[in-house]
Design a protein around this ligand. Structure first.
Ligand code: NIG
Ligand code: FE
Length: 411
């Protein structure tokens, strides 16, 4: 089955060569073709070009995109979209004066979500989660990373990862799974953190590897959660099972987690609301993608990641949603891109590069996703008629998407 999209006002993020990530000043460039066509066959992009050269190209189906923009779908490299229930009461508690930390200290936060998830059946968890997966696909997300980390027991962590595996099998969206056993210390290990780390390393990891349930390993490297020594144990154990790391780091405190992640060749370091010069130096000449999560900053009223500073230092930057019940109950990547422009002062070109090709890199899939390139997956957003791609982040909070195509399928 082939589809030809014609009269595209502007075809965005066209990369002739299969680049894997975009860094520094190059992020300001977003290659496009005006008045373009795009040809897909089954799940693959096979051709594109100027409408001047469309003669003779035929397809089973034609879509007229007059006045519309076509771009690759968003690549959301950091989510916790599999969770049970919600934490709307904690949201109200924060409005009334409690901090995120206060809530965690009284047994709320991640521990609260874990309690709910432990008491939710696998099928119920799957059903709650796919409602969100369907919603983000409609909002233009075509590839997504999903973490465990709201289980915190061997059974519940495996339950989460099995749900992620089912999502991977049942939906056209590309899914990568990350094991985040070290998300918080369960109450029963309050006085025995090493005991929990040992359980992660000696009980959970071998089973997860055996069932092939994870692509990456993660840890919440943060004061009051897991320190550098704990983090190193987790990253080392992950390496033994061929799980590269993607870690939560520098959300509230900067204390050397980024350099440690780079030492272990982490594929990404995520959050980075608190950054110092050593962190930036550590990222230079590394393969590690810094990932900013502006919706989290928005929701928790914490600083935004200094994306400008990272890009100005010649580094790449990815943007992701962090969709989760505690710090970011939204998976809308359109809002992420807008917020990055409005609050982090990224240009639309930088933000779109960060949310497509660089997001794909942070999931290890940029050879197949994240740009309009021959041979890549047919994952496309067709907008409503709009004046230019600048309009997407500019007119924030509104849905400018008309059609989403994932793996060649109209969603
Ligand atoms: O990425 N920071 C750690 N983990 C999640 C939020 C966890 C929660 O509050 O449920 C995050 O923000
Ligand atoms: Fe997160």
């Amino acid at each position: 089955m082939s589809t030809l999209i014609i009269n595209i006002q502007e075809l965005v993020q066209v990369r002739e060569e299969n680049v894997l990530k975009i860094s520094g000043d190059l992020m300001k460039k977003l290659p496009t073709i005006k008045d373009a066509y795009l040809l897909i066959e089954n799940d693959t992009i096979i051709d594109y070009g100027s409408m001047k050269n469309v003669d003779g190209i035929t397809a089973d189906k034609t879509i007229d995109a007059t006045g519309k923009i076509v771009l690759p779908t968003w690549c959301d490299s950091h989510t916790h979209i599999v969770y049970a229930g919600d934490r709307s009461q904690e949201f109200v508690d924060r409005i009334n004066g409690l901090s995120y930390e206060d809530i965690a200290n009284r047994g709320g936060g991640i521990i609260n979500s874990a309690k709910t998830l432990q008491n939710t059946s696998e099928d119920d968890l799957y059903n709650q989660s796919i409602t969100r997966v369907k919603a983000v696909m409609k909002l233009g997300t075509g590839a997504i990373e999903i973490k465990s980390g709201y289980g915190l027991t061997p059974d519940a962590e495996l339950k989460m990862l099995r749900v992620i595996k089912r999502i991977k099998q049942d939906f056209p969206i590309k899914v990568k799974a990350t094991f985040l056993g070290a998300h918080a210390l369960p109450l029963e290990f309050k006085e025995n953190k090493q005991g929990y780390l040992d359980q992660i390393i000696n009980v959970m990891l071998p089973q997860i590897a055996k069932e092939n349930l994870a692509n990456y390993i993660d840890v919440f490297c943060e004061k009051g959660y897991f320190d550098l020594n704990d983090t190193e144990q987790i990253l080392k154990a992950g390496q033994q099972y061929n799980l590269p790391s993607k870690i939560h780091v520098n959300q509230f405190n900067a204390f050397g987690g980024i350099a440690l992640a780079v030492k272990y060749n982490a594929i990404s370091v995520d959050h980075l609301e608190e950054l110092n010069q050593e962190d930036i130096e550590a990222l230079k000449n590394s393969n590690t993608m810094p990932v900013a999560l502006p919706s989290c900053s928005y929701f928790l009223s914490i600083p935004y990641t200094q994306g400008r500073q990272l890009i100005n230092a010649g580094l790449p930057l990815a943007l992701a949603s962090d969709y989760n019940p505690g710090s970011t109950p939204s998976g809308n990547m359109n809002f992420v891109v807008s917020t990055a422009c409005i609050k982090m002062r990224l240009t639309p070109e930088e933000a779109i590069n960060a949310a497509t090709i660089n997001g794909a890199y942070a999931m290890g899939i940029s050879n197949q996703y994240g740009s309009i390139t021959k041979g890549k997956k047919a994952n496309l957003i067709i907008t409503k008629p709009i004046s230019s791609y600048n309009y997407l982040p500019y007119a924030f909070g509104d849905n400018h998407i008309e059609t989403v195509i994932i793996n060649g399928e109209i969603i």
